[in-house]
Design a protein around this ligand. Structure first.
Ligand SMILES: Cc1cc2nc3c(=O)[nH]c(=O)nc-3n(C[C@H](O)[C@H](O)[C@H](O)COP(=O)(O)OP(=O)(O)OC[C@H]3O[C@@H](n4cnc5c(N)ncnc54)[C@H](O)[C@@H]3O)c2cc1C
Length: 305
């Protein structure tokens, strides 16, 4: 029996991959979504800023999405990890950790980003409950609260004025050399923002809620929340395996329609964009799905005419 060649395999079932699956299902394409179910925001209780879904949990978002996609029978799901990819445009082979293989004409990497281990003692215990990375996602809940910002250098000087829109009660811990100029330190002083460069010894918390940030020099800073700069890596090395160009910041390089440097291979969502928001990932997934579908329909048209 000859094996079915799917139109598209989507690797990753977060907002980007799911919205792509919805679009491709509606476009009558045979699609498999392979998802290992380890999104970066799994640590959070609520996703904010997604119109009609503000405050939804990441798990409930995925459940509703899958329910909606189930109206389109040409889309199916595999709960598995894709571990290898080979082939060229029109015929790719993808194998999974669970021993399955899938063949397809086009591939979409919607693999997201992952955090490198959080190497500040106590940070993992509060990540997603009172330590966050983005004030647009979680700033409202911490408005006017005393916060600690863990960041340094130019990024800190970008972040501080942004965060001041939510609270002006924040203290900066650079956790080592601050990488600031004298002028930048003076700017923070003018805004009465305390700055500490002693390394962080421990983040103390209770039930996931931060209580104090304790520094090596003995300073203890009481606070109700933390914003920190995460260290991110791409969600999977499969784009590298198939030869996709990777940007300096470690994302898959794409054009505006999600096309990578490898013909037939696309990418969408956090892995291919600096806009790390669920609605932006979903939007890009939809846009890229349309581009893939246009290419598939054009190829079929030419073959048949
Ligand atoms: C703490 C935190 C809070 C956040 N809060 C918000 C918020 O309130 N609002 C908001 O808009 N955004 C928020 N975000 C950002 C949001 O989570 C991301 O922008 C969004 O999840 C990106 O969607 P995605 O589909 O690109 O990737 P993801 O949602 O990360 O999904 C990628 C999926 O691909 C899977 N995958 C990767 N490699 C493989 C493989 N080889 N095989 C199979 N599956 C694979 C992963 O397991 C994962 O399930 C938050 C992020 C963090 C870290």
């Amino acid at each position: 029996m000859t094996k079915q060649i799917l139109d598209v395999v989507i690797i990753g079932g977060g907002p980007a991959g799911l919205n792509a699956a919805l679009m491709l299902g509606r476009a009558r394409k045979q699609v498999k979504v392979i998802d290992e179910g380890r999104p970066r925001n799994a640590v959070t209780r609520e996703t904010h800023g997604f119109l009609t879904r503000d405050g939804i949990s990441p798990g409930e978002f995925r459940r509703i999405a899958r329910e909606e996609i189930s109206s389109y029978p040409s889309v199916s799901f595999a709960s598995d990890t894709a571990v290898s990819i080979a082939g060229t445009d029109g015929h790719f082979h993808i194998s999974t950790a669970g021993g399955a293989t899938f063949e397809c004409k086009k591939v979409l990497f919607a693999i997201g980003m992952k955090d490198r281990p959080l190497n500040i003692p106590g940070l993992a215990e509060v990540y997603g409950t009172s330590a966050f990375v983005c004030p647009y996602c979680d700033g409202w809940e911490l408005r006017d609260e005393p916060l600690v910002v863990i960041n340094k250098g130019a990024e800190l000087m970008h972040f501080a004025p942004v965060l001041a829109g939510w609270t002006n009660r924040f203290t900066i811990c650079t956790n080592g050399p601050d990488e600031l100029t004298d002028a930048q330190r003076e700017e923070l002083q003018r805004h009465q923002v305390p700055l500490f460069d002693s390394p962080i010894r421990q983040i103390e918390s209770s039930g996931g809620i931060v209580q104090r940030v304790v520094l090596e020099d003995g300073t203890a800073i009481p606070c109700r929340g933390i914003f920190f700069k995460p260290d991110l890596v791409i969600g999977s090395d499969l784009p590298r395996q198939i030869g996709c160009s990777i940007t300096e910041t470690g994302m898959v390089a794409t054009d505006e329609f999600g096309k990578t440097s490898v013909p037939g291979v696309y990418s969408a969502g956090d892995a291919a964009s600096r806009q790390h928001q669920a609605i932006a990932a979903a939007s890009m997934g939809g846009l890229v799905a349309a581009a893939m579908n246009n290419e598939l329909n054009g190829e079929a048209w030419r073959q048949n005419g």
